[in-house]
Design a protein around this ligand. Structure first.
Ligand code: GDP
Length: 455
């Protein structure tokens, strides 16, 4: 994963600081320098890193701390706060409202190859799939041959209405026609406009962008950046920002080997938040980004909100139900009894969530053990699910289902699923461990509580 090296280095720096016999200026400096080096290696801009470094040092005034203050905790908190600040411009971006009339217009800008066209479709699909919007797509990229067909095909695949023209070469005209067509169309509440890119942020591209913005007056301009952009991100983001009212950033290809830190710190150049990250080539490969959750994940603190979003994608409520994703796990926690059926549901959700490592690291408190965090772990999870498929409803649902599982029932499940008895016992042990952990999570509920975890 893009951020694993950065995560490892920062966690290492904090761990070394925590283990020091006495926390003095030298320990603080070593810790801050190590974190700074890790950020620079992840391509975060030098000026930004220097700012983070200075802020941590000025927040943590070891000499001024009262006797008995937990210095390790003070440093830890300052690091968390500064990393969050680096990624959070402090003002939210425009968010489209479902059912709004006239429809919200969201325009995508970026360099060619950044993933702009793909991300337009992902963004439209995300809003429809997870929030019930009725989006439409407009192709105003008249520069790149093939852009129109690419967007048209992806739109058809996703079942999203589309507008574009093979004959009109003026991007402003196409954009205006497309927006006009959908703006007052019955049922359409979100219009996503794809614009041209170029290989560099040259004058012609920026001028064209300015004109399309002027003619369509979008509610939000999203700058799409490739995670591999590195240190050039700041300058590029600034150039776009000077020509268009960029209000949000999406960083693509976070699934690759790029370091990603540069693109993420483009927040400083645009003064706008990163709202999503692209995590693959397929339409559902888009994750909502939240600076707080990201830092929690980076530091291995567990990210309940990210986990909940994923759970919600996999086990959505009824289409018109406003159940928040937090309510799903919250319900399990509140109910107080974590049944084997819940475990099966959770494993099923985890299995359909793509790279498992990503997910396991999001779950607070190691709810799902690290032993499921690789290929062998995934296979094990599948075998556990097969064993649970051989259980009766009473065994799956019984409030004290493990107690129900006496030796003869265990033998029966082993026979029914074709697995050794030892493995059935292992699975029941794992369930017991998780049920116990569930009871320790009662205060971790909503996104604001992520603060509580990180602190
Ligand atoms: P555009 O020129 O900016 O419109 O870029 P495209 O949308 O055509 O994307 C360029 C390439 O990047 C395509 O091969 C996409 O499949 C790929 N791509 C876009 N987003 C992602 C992502 O998040 N992860 C990965 N791995 N590939 C992506």
């Amino acid at each position: 994963m893009v951020m694993s090296q950065l995560s490892g280095s920062i966690k290492g720096a904090l761990a070394r600081m925590s283990k020091a016999m006495v926390v003095d200026e030298k320990v603080l400096n070593d810790c801050v320098n190590e974190i700074s080096r890790a950020l620079l290696q992840a391509d975060v801009r030098f000026e930004t890193v220097r700012g983070v470094q200075a802020s941590i040092k000025s927040t943590v005034n070891l000499q001024a701390l009262a006797d008995g203050t937990n210095k390790r905790r003070v440093i830890h908190r300052a690091v968390v706060a500064e990393l969050r600040r680096m990624l959070d411009p402090g003002k939210p971006s425009f968010t489209p409202s479902k059912g709004r009339k006239p429809a919200s217009v969201v325009m995508f800008v970026g360099l060619q190859g950044s993933g702009k066209t793909t991300t337009c479709v992902k963004y439209a699909d995300y809003h429809r799939r997870t929030k019930g919007f009725s989006p439409a797509l407009v192709c105003a990229d008249t520069f790149r041959a093939g852009a129109l067909d690419q967007l048209k095909q992806s739109a058809a695949k996703a079942g999203i209405p589309f507008y574009g023209s093979h004959t009109e070469s003026d991007p402003v005209k196409v954009a205006v026609e497309g927006v006009d067509r959908f703006r007052n169309q019955e049922g359409c509440d979100l219009i996503v406009v794809d614009t041209s890119g170029r290989h560099r942020q040259e004058a012609a591209l920026l001028e064209e962008m300015r004109q399309v913005v002027g003619a369509t007056r979008p509610d939000l301009v999203v700058l799409v950046m490739d995670a591999s952009i590195g240190q050039a991100a700041f300058e590029q983001a600034q150039a776009f920002r000077q020509s268009a009212p960029v209000g949000a950033v999406i960083v693509t290809k976070m699934d690759g080997h790029a370091k990603g830190g540069g693109a993420l710190s483009a927040v400083a150049a645009t003064k706008s938040p990163v709202i999503f990250v692209g995590t693959g080539e397929h339409i559902p490969d888009l994750e909502a980004f939240d600076a707080k959750s990201f830092v929690s994940r980076l530091l291995g603190l567990g990210d309940l909100s990210g986990f909940m979003d994923k759970i919600h994608d996999v086990i959505p409520g009824p289409a018109d139900d406003n159940t928040s994703p937090y309510q799903i796990l919250e319900e399990l926690i509140k109910r107080g009894n974590f049944t084997l059926r819940d475990l099966r549901k959770l494993f099923r959700a985890v299995q359909s969530m793509g790279p498992l490592g990503q997910l396991v690291s999001m779950i607070p408190g190691g709810l799902i053990s690290d032993k499921f965090n690789d290929k062998e772990g995934q296979a094990k999870m599948k075998r556990y699910m097969t064993m649970m498929d051989s259980m009766t409803d009473a065994e799956l649902d019984g409030s004290s289902s493990p107690k129900l599982m006496n030796q003869s029932r265990i033998n029966r499940v082993a026979r029914g699923s074709g697995r050794p008895v030892r493995e059935v016992v292992d699975m029941l042990e794992e369930h017991k461990r998780m049920a116990k952990m569930m009871t320790k999570l009662p205060n971790v509920k909503r996104p604001n509580d992520i603060n509580h975890i990180a602190n």
